[in-house]
Write a protein that binds this ligand. Sequence first.
Ligand code: GLN
Length: 242
Amino acid sequence: MSDSSLRVVWVYPDLLSTYGDQGNVLVVGRRAHQRGLNVDRIDVRSDQPVPTSGDIYLIGGGEDRPQRLAAERLVRDGGLQRAVDNGAIVFSVCAGYQILGHEFVNDQGERQPGLGLLDVTSVRGTGVRCVGDVLADMDEHLRLPQLTGFENHQGITHLGPTARPLARVRFGNGNGTGDGTEGAWNDTVFGTYMHGPVLARNPLIADLLLKLALDVNALPPVDDRWYEALRAERIAAATQPA
Ligand code: GLN
């Protein structure tokens, strides 16, 4: 972190913000402000270089064509990989998650290289699209409450040996491979199939990103009653489908 402000970089809002992904930027900023931290928010459009000096990078979901364009530009740019080499934290959603892996199948049916920041590979699922509420137990190493979210994806993602599953599904599909895993992470890079503003339902994941950026084990508590009510409502929706 720089001396005065936490630098939060939102990667490619022009291509990868189809599903309200700005919500994740807002939640990280809000949770930081509640702890008295200044946030320098940096929105990086796809025609701009990705700065390498950010603390936390957020990358969202998108339709198949914008996903192809985003991956092409990110691979060519190289800034996100350099930032991770410098210890930056990345939180990615759906199309963004697939882009962080070794490769995915694009809108033209071709295998397209990703950034290789997560040891995962995505292919196009042959079954029905994975759509619906999800409830999953977070990886025990992360010591976080259950993950709640909504998924909407055709791709399915296989984890390699150096990627840990972010969570294990109780309801829903997650990575869609049938092994019960959802998302992936390694030291500082996280990916999930939970759609859009997933941090609004899971604010303690935003706190985890802040703790990693600040290199602290704990943050001052904040009033989470609003979030807890939202979580309870969405967990009920996931576990008691209409
Ligand atoms: N295009 C990808 C898929 O369908 C990602 C979709 C998304 O970001 N929701 O798998």
